[in-house]
Design a protein around this ligand. Structure first.
Ligand code: AKG
Ligand code: FE2
Length: 345
């Protein structure tokens, strides 16, 4: 019997190719990792057909430009990072049963919750990860209300404080990104209604893995968002981006946030900005948390690519945000960047 049969499970529901609603049991990696400690093998469900081709400690990392946001803004902002770290570690430190009881039911909210992943079939390799996803904006939205963990008790408060600060940074970035492309400053930000635009928060928890060469922490993907902001706590390493057919590690300095362009900004910028294909590899001795904040226009909004009379090829068309997201989650995971073709003119 495989180790995962003795353990704890997340349940993943999905519509299969015949249109039937199916529910799969997905092992809780955090618990599985505990059982496998000291062993050097991995349950088959996590093994990839093609092993992870990469030196595990690559010598070359992708250089990431750093922006001092305090210089872009006139006031110094509070630092909510420690609050986020405390509640996230507090949540994952709870026994499994308590975690499950704490987050409640996710039935009506797609892709939200504790432990969900892009799980679509019995035979797909599973990622070495546990995740927790919530809708943080519009604030007080009834959609995500019952998905916030009740423990630690200040979980929601700490995350929402971070989200409020991060939104200012995201809005500034949308403006400066437009300017950097010699576009009118408001072309992107005007598509984000202050009250209706959405922020989803996803906590990724990667336990140390017995065989980093045989599995992935997070399967290759682009983010569907317009912009993503990533926070790490004490450790870095694991995130990789595909550039010129090579996976390059992305390391960003401690106490900085990583900004990632998502598909919706690629569409809005008509391809001038491109969403990177990225993945996460696991590490043998390192436990890692990342907190991703996905910024999207309102779900009913239609995103409009910038037009430029001097451009020869207009590559993207208008799409409704909710329609794009639905398509994105329906077809993922994919082996290449194909979801965005949905918005090709
Ligand atoms: O953990 C990371 O560094 C990346 C996470 C990520 O790509 C995501 O949550 O979409
Ligand atoms: Fe991502």
């Amino acid at each position: 019997m495989e180790e995962e049969d003795k353990g704890y499970f997340h349940e993943a529901s999905f519509i299969d190719k015949e249109g039937q609603l199916r529910t799969l049991k997905v092992p809780v990696v955090q618990e599985l990792a505990r059982q496998l400690q000291g062993l050097n093998h991995l349950p088959d469900k996590f093994k990839r057909v093609h092993p992870v081709h990469q030196p595990l400690t690559p010598s070359f990392a992708l250089p990431i430009p750093t922006i001092n946001m305090a210089k872009l803004r006139s006031v110094a902002e509070p630092q909510p990072k420690h609050g986020v770290k405390d509640v996230v570690k507090g949540f994952f430190g709870l026994p499994f049963e308590e975690k499950k009881a704490s987050v409640g039911s996710y039935a009506s909210v797609e892709n939200m919750g504790y432990g969900r992943n892009f799980v679509k079939s019995e035979d797909q390799p599973l990622d070495w990860i546990d995740r927790l996803t919530m809708k943080a904006a519009p604030e007080g939205t009834s959609k995500g209300l019952h998905v916030w963990p009740q423990k630690p008790t200040n979980f929601r408060q700490a995350i929402e404080q971070y989200v409020r600060e991060a939104r200012k940074v995201l809005d500034d970035l949308l403006e400066v990104l437009a300017e950097s492309l010699s576009l009118e400053r408001h072309v992107f930000i005007q598509q984000f209604d202050t009250n209706e635009s959405e922020i989803n928060v996803r906590v990724n928890y990667y336990r140390p893995c017995p065989r980093p060469d045989q599995t992935l922490g997070l399967t290759p993907h682009t983010d569907a968002s317009a912009l993503t902001i990533l926070m790490e706590f004490d450790t870095s390493g694991g995130l990789q981006v595909l550039k010129d057919q090579k996976w390059l590690p992305v390391k960003w300095p401690r106490d900085t946030l990583l900004v990632n362009v998502g598909d919706m900004l690629e569409i809005m910028s008509n391809g001038r900005l491109q969403s990177p294909w990225h993945r996460v590899v696991t590490q043998m001795d390192v436990e890692r948390f990342s907190v991703a904040l996905f910024y999207n226009p309102a779900s009913l909004a239609e995103i409009v690519p910038v037009r430029n009379t001097t451009m020869e090829n207009e590559s993207y068309k208008n799409v409704v945000v909710g329609d794009y997201l639905q398509h994105f989650y329906k077809i993922n995971p994919t082996t290449e960047k194909v979801a965005i073709k949905f918005a090709k003119a």
